[in-house]
Design a protein around this ligand. Structure first.
Ligand code: ADP
Length: 447
């Protein structure tokens, strides 16, 4: 359509200008020049003049148009190459951990392996599962960001605790020759802010993962400073660095520096695109300053929204973890293996675990058993789904903490669960600590 329009315009323009030229130029010439010889001579020049001017006009019009088309074509070729590289890369990234999960699970079946070997194999399986889950999460996250399906869920966050937490969890992953440190730009008291904690955690984790991946000596530092009404975070390393040409490109989808060296460093090239998507949502900026061989400094900003003192005391109360041993937990879950997993998680706490296999049964059990202190409810269940069950339980027991759990890592599912009346949300797969922390948090809020 666009092409037709352009051609149409050129032809119509050409005919109109040509027509005007023929009609008026002869009239003007005849008016001024009486000598027929001179008139013939001038008319020849006039013809040439017309040819040259229209040629110039065509040239400039076609040139701008063709430049646009060629750029678009180059972009399409580039993005095609990127996609192919991404597919090859993601296939490699998925197969590697898969191979180790499948391989070590089979080795575990062998009765002759020692306890030590068994522990090592299980360790490898756990590590590879984490790796695989990361890739699935990255692909899911980027598709949610790209389709505009991610929502911002702001809440109170103790920034210094978050940084300390990240520091402690990344410490064991940093090579011991590298000095790893964290720097907090505000006092503990002032570092209560309002933001989307899971997004900030994800951004910092991605940047720390990269710093660790691309650095093998020197130091890695991260932290934040406060500049007027903005928090400025930084992650600094003395790793391989990035050429100036790539300083902006690396934030695009699938981009990796030196596509030909794909195999050298793991990664599918989505991490920074996810960071940028999340930072845009939080109304911040991200950029890098880096030199090959010298290391990199990644910066990002977030608006500084402090929480005031009177509010912080109530948050602290929420953080007190509860004692879980005199607890009765109702787990509404239709999948047997998942139920067994949850039961195992609570084994060490001494809590009593009840099982409902669908939403209807969960509602009946809440009605008939006053001992139940907390409900863990799966969203996708037969007979009555989780949303409906949550609504009904809320009617019967308005104060009972309900935690929705689902395999959909989508924020609108989370919103639906909250709207139905759940207090909190956990998405599968989850780890023991994550589940126990969320249970403890909801019990202390409701005390
Ligand atoms: P990947 O999964 O490949 O790490 P990212 O989007 O996180 O994807 O990063 C894109 C590319 O940017 C990386 O492949 C790497 O080439 C470059 N990069 C990112 N962080 C660093 C860093 N700290 N040091 C050097 N290069 C980096």
């Amino acid at each position: 359509m666009q092409k037709m329009k352009f051609e149409y315009k050129i032809i119509v323009g050409y005919i109109i200008i040509g027509g005007i030229w023929i009609v008026f130029s002869d009239k003007i010439l005849n008016y001024f020049i009486r000598d027929p010889d001179l008139l013939t001579q001038i008319q020849t020049y006039k013809g040439w003049f017309y040819v040259v001017v229209t040629a110039m006009l065509f040239y400039s019009l076609l040139k701008t148009h063709l430049v646009k088309i060629r750029n678009a074509e180059q972009k399409a070729i580039d993005s095609d190459k990127l996609k192919t590289a991404f597919l090859q890369n993601i296939s490699h990234e998925i197969r590697t951990p898969m191979n180790s999960i499948v391989g070590f699970s089979q080795l575990l079946r062998d009765n002759r392996i020692t306890e030590k070997e068994k522990a090592q194999y299980l360790d490898m399986i756990a590590k590879s599962s984490d790796q695989l889950l990361n890739i699935v999460n990255e692909v899911l996250d980027i598709s949610l960001i790209e389709t505009g399906n991610i929502t911002v869920n702001k809440n109170y966050v103790h920034l210094n605790d978050l940084l300390e937490d990240l520091y402690l969890s990344y410490m064991p992953l940093v090579n011991k020759d590298i000095a790893f440190s964290v720097h907090k730009g505000l006092s503990d008291q002032l570092s209560y802010i309002i933001t989307d904690v899971s997004k900030v955690r994800q951004i910092l984790s991605n940047l720390l993962n990269n710093a660790i991946k691309f650095t093998d000596k020197g130091y890695i530092r991260f932290g934040y400073t406060i500049e007027e009404d903005e928090l400025k975070f930084y992650i600094e390393d003395t790793g391989i660095g990035i050429e100036a040409d790539f300083h902006e490109k690396i934030f695009e989808l699938f981009r990796k520096v030196g596509q030909e060296n794909l195999r050298l460093y793991d990664g599918v090239g989505l991490g920074l695109a996810i960071c940028k998507g999340n930072i845009d949502l939080l109304k911040g900026r991200i950029w890098t300053e880096s030199e090959p061989g010298q290391g990199s400094r990644f910066y990002f900003t977030l608006p500084y929204e402090p929480v005031y003192e009177e509010e912080t005391s109530s948050i602290k109360k929420m953080e007190i973890t509860s004692n879980l041993n005199d607890l009765t937990v109702l787990v509404a879950e239709d999948d047997d293996i998942n139920f067994r997993y949850i039961k195992e998680i609570f084994k060490s706490t001494g809590a009593e675990i009840l099982h409902a296999v669908n939403g209807k049964e969960a509602v009946e059990m809440c009605q008939n058993n006053n001992k139940i202190n907390i409900v863990l409810i799966d969203i996708k269940m037969p007979v009555m789904n989780g949303y409906e069950a949550i609504k009904k339980i809320r009617e019967i027991r308005p104060q009972l903490p309900i935690i929705a759990q689902t395999a959909f890592a989508l924020s609108n599912e989370m919103l639906k669960a909250f709207n139905a009346g759940s207090n909190d949300y956990i998405s599968k797969p989850f780890k023991k600590d994550q589940l126990l922390a969320i249970v403890a948090k909801n019990l202390s809020v409701n005390k």
